[in-house]
Design a binder for this molecule. Structure first.
Ligand code: GLY
Length: 422
C-alpha cells in the first residue's frame, strides 16, 4: 500500500511541478508590460529627451551631438560619421508625433549636415546623408533633400573599385592596401535608394557586388565577421583580416556583428537576392545562440572580450539597438519557423533597453535616450556612455515595432519600417 502511494505521488509530482511552472509563467506573463505600452513609453521618453538635447545644442551652433561624458555634452562637425543620426532621430519623432516642432528641428539639424555632400574621403556618406536627408525626403518629398543626396552619392561612387568589387572604407592605416569594414554594408542603403529614385540600376548593381564580396571575405565559418578586410590591389584577394574597434583580430566585435546583420537584411530587402536573406539568418542564428549573449540580450561590447565569461564586461547598447531593429525587419522576411523567434528576441532587447537599466531618466544624460554604449574600447574612446547612433537605431526599432502593431499607420518614413515591408 505504502509502495503504491509512493508510486502515485511520484507520478503526480511532475504534474504538480508543471502546474506550478505554468502558473508562475502565467503570473509572469500577466505581469509583463504589454509591448505596445513599452513602445509608447520608449518613444515618449525619446521625444522629451530629444527636445532637451536640441535645446542644449543652441550653445553649439553648426555642430551635431555625439555623446555625453563626465557631465558634458560632446559634439561633432558635419564631417564626422555620426553627424546624421540626431537629425534622423528628430525626423522619426516628427513621424511619430506629427508635431511641427520636430519637423522644424529635424530640418534645422539636417541642414547642418549638408556640407557632407562634398566629402569624398569617407565611405560614411550613407550614414551621414541617408539618416538625415534620406529620412527628411521620405517624409516630406522635398526636392532639395534629394538633390543633396544625389550630390553626396556621386562622391561615394568615387570610392568604388571596379576591379576589386568593393567600396573603400578608410583612407588611413598604412598596413592596409584597400580596407573595407563590415560597417560599410550600412552605406549601401543610400545607393539602393538612388536606384529607386532615379530609375538607374547602376547604384544598386555596385551595392550588390560589394555585398557579395563582403559575404565571401568578411565571414568566418561560424558566421561571425571580421571588422576590417583589406584587399590586395594586384591579386584582388584579401591580404589582411583585422580589427580596429574589437578586442582582437579574431574576436566578434558586437557592433560589427549588428552592422552585418542589419546590412544583409537591408540588402535582401533591396535586391531580393536569397543569398542575402540566408546570410542574415545565419548571422542572426550565430548571435541568438551565442553562449555569451547575456540573458537580457544586450551584448557585451565584444562577444570575446575578457570578462564575458563571468559577466564582468561592459555592454554596448548600440549593438543591441541596431540588432533589434535588424531582427524586426528580418522577422518580416523570414517565412520559416524562425521568423517569430527573431521578433521575440528583438522584443526582449527592446524591453531591456526601455528599462531603467538603459533608458535615461527624464532630463538625465544631457538629453540622450540610451545609456551604456561603447564607441571604441581599444582607443578608450566613448566607453560606457550614451551614443547618438544607439539612440537612432533604438527609435527606429520602436517605430518599426509600432508600425507592425498598427499596420494602418504604414506609409511613413524609412525609420518607420515602411521600407521594410516584405
Ligand atoms: N562605423 C563606426 C562604428 O561603428 O563605430
Amino acid at each position: 500500500m505504502k509502495k503504491m502511494f509512493t508510486m502515485l505521488l511520484m507520478a503526480l509530482l511532475p504534474l504538480g511541478a508543471m502546474a506550478q511552472n505554468k502558473s508562475s509563467r502565467t503570473v509572469q506573463a500577466a505581469k509583463q508590460e504589454p509591448i505596445t505600452q513599452v513602445i509608447e513609453r520608449g518613444l515618449k521618453r525619446a521625444a522629451s529627451q530629444s527636445l532637451l538635447l536640441a535645446n542644449s545644442m543652441k550653445n553649439h551652433p553648426d555642430q551635431l551631438p555625439q555623446t555625453y561624458e563626465h557631465g558634458e555634452l560632446k559634439t561633432v562637425r558635419y564631417d564626422n560619421w555620426v553627424s546624421g543620426f540626431f537629425p534622423g532621430v528628430l525626423w522619426m519623432l516628427y513621424d511619430y508625433t506629427n508635431d511641427e516642432q520636430y519637423r522644424r528641428l529635424a530640418h534645422h539639424f539636417t541642414e547642418i549636415v549638408e556640407p557632407a555632400k562634398k566629402l569624398y574621403n569617407t565611405h560614411d556618406i550613407g550614414f551621414m546623408l541617408y539618416c538625415s536627408f534620406g529620412q527628411g525626403y521620405n517624409l516630406t518629398a522635398k526636392q532639395y533633400y534629394l538633390d543633396v543626396i544625389y550630390e553626396g552619392t556621386q562622391n561615394l561612387l568615387c570610392r568604388w573599385n571596379e576591379d576589386l568589387g568593393v567600396f573603400r572604407s578608410w583612407d588611413f592605416g598604412k598596413q592596409w592596401q584597400y580596407p573595407v569594414i563590415i560597417d560599410n554594408m550600412m552605406n549601401l542603403e543610400i545607393l539602393c535608394f538612388m536606384s529607386r529614385q532615379y530609375d538607374d540600376p547602376y547604384y544598386k548593381e555596385v551595392a550588390e557586388i560589394h555585398a557579395k564580396n563582403t559575404l565571401k571575405h568578411h565571414f568566418r565559418d561560424d558566421f561571425s565577421s571580421y571588422h576590417v578586410v583589406s584587399y590586395d590591389t594586384i591579386t584582388g584577394l584579401p591580404h589582411a583580416k583585422n580589427t580596429a574597434q574589437g578586442y582582437s583580430d579574431n574576436s566578434a566585435w558586437a557592433r560589427g556583428q549588428s552592422w552585418g546583420l542589419y546590412g544583409f537584411t537591408m540588402i535582401y530587402r533591396e535586391t531580393r537576392n536569397p543569398i542575402f536573406l540566408e546570410q542574415a539568418r545565419n548571422i542572426a542564428t550565430f548571435l541568438m545562440n551565442h553562449p555569451r549573449l547575456p540573458a537580457d540580450k544586450v551584448p557585451y561590447w565584444d562577444y570575446d572580450a575578457p570578462g564575458t565569461e563571468n559577466g564582468n564586461c561592459l555592454r554596448d547598447a548600440s549593438a543591441a539597438a541596431i540588432m533589434a531593429s535588424a531582427l524586426i525587419e528580418l522577422s518580416q522576411f523570414d517565412r520559416t519557423e524562425m521568423g517569430p523567434k527573431w521578433m521575440e528576441l528583438a522584443e526582449q532587447q527592446i524591453r531591456t533597453l526601455t528599462s531603467p537599466a538603459y533608458l535615461a531618466e527624464e532630463g538625465e544624460q544631457g538629453g540622450f535616450i540610451l545609456k551604456h554604449g561603447v564607441g571604441n574600447m581599444p582607443a578608450k574612446n566613448e566607453v560606457d556612455v550614451p551614443l547618438t547612433y544607439a539612440d537612432y537605431y533604438y527609435v527606429e526599432a520602436l517605430m518599426r515595432l509600432k508600425r507592425l502593431q498598427s499596420p494602418a499607420l504604414n506609409g511613413g518614413g524609412q525609420g518607420s519600417g515602411q521600407a521594410s515591408r516584405p
